[in-house]
Design a protein around this ligand. Structure first.
Ligand code: SAM
Length: 267
């Protein structure tokens, strides 16, 4: 299948794809009433979870970037409901929950609450383990590194004591943990992209794609908005299928693909 962008309701379009088509699914759904887009029917998360599980390959990961709205002083719990519903009713298993820490301008002055600077990245897997998992590009500097420095793996004993089982050299970098920090979209400086009201960072999409989709594989974003997932898929040599219900956003994604993907890397 070649890369493609489609205009329409993903609930109508996804059933036209055969089962087990996509290597990786990555999207951010509209949640609560945080943004007004171009008008769309309410999202049935259970129906969507089931349909995405059908079209995903066995072992595919689905990454859902989501947050809760604060309504009358309390969190809506929407992200938690997505996690529970997809595991209980849609055939997915929760592989990991990562935090996207939004690194950017401080935002409004909230006198009575914390300043919310994170979203969730819910990572669901279809089956027992990921079909593809390459975390080699997700290294972070290791703060305890020094030339010659060592550390040990310890096993905690039932008595409360510890048993050193293995000594190893500390390397300059280590595997990223579950908190992922990125410049938020407003700090990226892409004015075309920000004509869409709610985008996620390019780097967030790029890291997820490189980790969970093999080169040449196909990535699905069923609610692609400005096309961030599709642009990063093309840049990193993956095919893409992007869907949005709003024709205006599909045109925006087409423009971004034309402007942001160097011709020599496009697929
Ligand atoms: C949060 S935005 C996605 C933004 C995207 N991640 C980006 O970086 O540009 C959600 C998108 O879902 C689209 N949408 C809502 N309901 C839809 C549906 N039923 N089918 C397809 N797209 C839908 C909206 O038009 C909106 O552009």
């Amino acid at each position: 299948m070649d890369s493609l962008l489609l205009t329409g309701d993903c609930f109508t379009l996804l059933p036209t794809f055969p089962a087990d088509t996509f290597d990786f699914v990555c999207f951010s759904p509209p949640y609560d009433n945080i943004r007004i887009y171009k008008g769309f029917p309410p999202i049935d998360r259970i129906a969507l979870g089931r349909e995405l599980s059908r079209v995903a390959k066995p072992g595919a990961i689905a990454a859902v970037v989501i947050q809760d709205q604060t309504i009358k002083g309390a969190k809506s719990l929407t992200s938690f409901r997505w996690a529970v519903d997809w595991v209980d009713s849609c055939g997915w298993r929760l592989f990991e929950t990562c935090i996207y820490q939004r690194n950017g301008v401080p935002g409004g002055y909230w006198r009575k609450r914390f300043r919310v600077d994170h979203e969730y990245i819910l990572l669901f897997v279809k089956g027992s383990r990921p079909l593809y998992f390459d975390k080699s590009k997700l290294q972070v500097p290791c703060k305890t590194y020094a030339p010659g420095a060592t550390d040990s793996l310890n096993r905690r004993l039932t008595s409360g004591g510890t048993l050193a089982t293995k000594v190893f050299d500390i390397k300059p970098t280590k595997c990223r943990g579950t908190v992922w920090s990125f410049k938020n979209t407003s700090m990226e400086g892409n004015r075309l992209k920000t004509t869409h009201p709610a985008t996620f960072p390019d780097k967030l999409a790029a890291d997820l794609i490189c980790c969970f989709c093999p080169a040449g594989g196909i990535v699905l974003d069923p609610m692609m908005g400005s096309g961030t997932t599709c642009v990063q898929s093309a840049i990193y040599g993956r095919r893409y299928c992007g869907i949005d219900i709003a024709a205006e956003y599909v045109q925006l994604a087409e423009k971004r693909l034309a402007l942001e993907v160097p011709p020599e890397v496009g697929i």
